[in-house]
Design a protein around this ligand. Structure first.
Ligand code: HPA
Length: 284
């Protein structure tokens, strides 16, 4: 079955008619992982802000995870840079298929988005990687066992075979490092490995991931990156390291710990994101 572009167009038209997108022409979007509600709140307070719950958008599904409320926000970040933010995302472990998870990225492209910042929470694997630090994703390993491009390709959206040798935009990583330095928060550059979850990993799995070259592990982002690259969108990925990965500390890993550590850096992470967006907007 061909991908139904008409469904994406319906979602796009709904968003255009319920926001100031036509006037703002945002070219950059941000997907906010759990715990970044501070960034979302800042955007919601901007003068043009419009918030649409995912459940109101045609063909969008709502996330079932605590901390991923599921809203699309259009506004002017720091009252100067127009962006679209997706607060909340869908995950494979919720039972959604790879296409459903990535449909919002298709719609962002139809809305004119050229740059995408994907954020997530991740377990720290790399040496000297600590909870409370950030990692700019320089590459990924897709260990989720799926690929959202499986099935007939629609050439209107992108090519059948997609180059992934430059999945993450090096220039944007530079912006991220600079912003983190200004905010005095450690930003590593590393490899993100994606798993389906929802169980966290075993220590043996983490040892294997480490030997494969992974620096952080998480349950999102990679499928979204693949679909964004399919459509030629430039991607920056940033992980918030919320815990030592399994076996690398004596702690057990809980969702509460992940959320707690996320919350501790949320303010600075939000400021880092604002500074990155400003640098992207300064490009033209
Ligand atoms: N593993 C997988 N996903 C995660 C983790 C982890 O340790 N922490 C936050 N998301």
């Amino acid at each position: 079955m061909q991908i139904d572009i008409n469904a994406f167009k319906e979602a796009r038209d709904f968003i255009v008619s319920n926001t100031a997108i036509k006037d703002l022409s945002p070219h950059t979007a941000v997907v906010l992982g759990s715990g970044l509600s501070h960034f979302a709140d800042n955007l919601k307070n901007s003068s043009y802000a419009k918030v649409i719950p995912f459940k109101n958008i045609p063909h969008f599904s709502s996330s079932t995870v605590e901390g991923h409320s599921g809203e699309l926000i259009v506004g002017k970040l720091t009252n100067s840079h127009p962006i679209i933010a997706m607060s909340g995302r869908l995950h494979f472990y919720e039972g959604y298929n790879a296409k459903t998870i990535t449909n919002p990225i298709r719609v962002l492209s139809l809305l004119g988005i050229k740059n995408l910042i994907l954020t997530n929470a991740a377990g720290a694997i790399g040496d000297n990687y600590e909870p409370g630090q950030l990692m700019a994703i320089k590459d990924h390993i897709n260990l989720s066992g799926i690929n959202p491009l499986i099935g007939p390709n629609n050439p209107e959206l992108g090519p059948r075979f997609v180059d992934m040798s430059h999945a993450y935009e090096p220039r944007f990583i530079e912006y991220a490092l600079k912003a983190a330095e200004q905010e005095k928060i450690t930003m590593h550059q590393g490899v993100y490995i994606s798993v389906t979850g929802p169980s966290y990993e075993t220590p043996a799995e983490i040892r294997m991931f480490k030997s494969m070259g992974a620096d952080a592990v998480g349950m999102s982002t990679v499928l979204e990156t693949i679909v964004a690259r399919h459509m030629g969108i430039k991607v920056l990925g940033i992980s918030c390291l919320t815990n030592k990965a399994a076996g690398l500390s004596t702690n057990t890993i809980t969702h509460e710990e992940v959320m707690e550590n996320n919350a501790k850096v949320a303010m600075r992470f939000s400021s880092v994101l604002e500074k990155i967006v400003a640098q992207i907007y300064a490009e033209k």
